[in-house]
Design a protein around this ligand. Sequence first.
Ligand SMILES: C[S@@+](CC[C@H](N)C(=O)[O-])C[C@H]1O[C@@H](n2cnc3c(N)ncnc32)[C@H](O)[C@@H]1O
Length: 263
Amino acid sequence: MNREEIKSFWNNNIFPNYLQSGGPPTLELLSKIRHRVEIARLQKILSSAPKGSLLDLGCGSGRNSLDLAKYYKKVVAVDFAKNQIKQLKSESSIQGVRNITAICMDILKLKLHDKFDVVFLSGVTQYLSVADLSKILNLIRKCSKKNTLVVSRDTLNLGPTCFNKSSKVGAIYRSRESFTLLLNKKGFINKGFVSAYFFIYDSFFKRLGLKRLPDIFLRPLLLLEPILIRFYLPIIKTRKFLLKTTFNPYHTFSTWQLRPHSF
Ligand SMILES: C[S@@+](CC[C@H](N)C(=O)[O-])C[C@H]1O[C@@H](n2cnc3c(N)ncnc32)[C@H](O)[C@@H]1O
């Protein structure tokens, strides 16, 4: 993984709407809906953790930090793309959010002395090699308390781990099993996997050969076109297809806690 390329990619990919920073939707409204669904699920996952402090590693322009800041006394948000941090700072002042400390830094060089109740990563581990992920897990260990919850939102592949070249910088999409193995090795035990959102989404449209979601909105009857149905029906019928599309298994929240004897 080339960190300079990743940094420059995210420095130059600033969406006008800060909520859009986390992923592929091209429609502003859809980004907002997806973000709301994700935050609701996150809140449920985080409900068992104390509401003291939250660390958001690879925060982007802070869509998660900004929403979660309402529930925490202190949020520390870190990203190495300075334009993302700039957008987070400007959005914080627009929204009057004062409890976020935004740090522009490579998380692999980060040294923290504080302990956090929650450590959150979203869309970040895909940019970390096994060695780098292991370093980040060491950092998380250092800033964890006994009951700290670690929540990671990742593109977890249904099949084997693969390197996705479709984005300019590329990303590792790990299988759930290999991701679990890596975290287990560092003493983190899994507390559950939750899909980030369920509604039929871009993977469905991608599989139908449509690159952009708006096409379907512009032509809602497209799905009913007989040729399309005749061509795709056999595929649609397979369970794998349904699993891979309707239940969008890619964006997944996984929750972790350090094994008790790690302390
Ligand atoms: C897919 S975006 C996700 C942003 C945000 N967490 C969200 O969910 O909307 C990934 C972010 O991770 C950041 N990132 C990747 N590797 C990083 C590193 N080594 N140090 C700091 N930030 C990193 C990128 O700059 C980018 O903003």
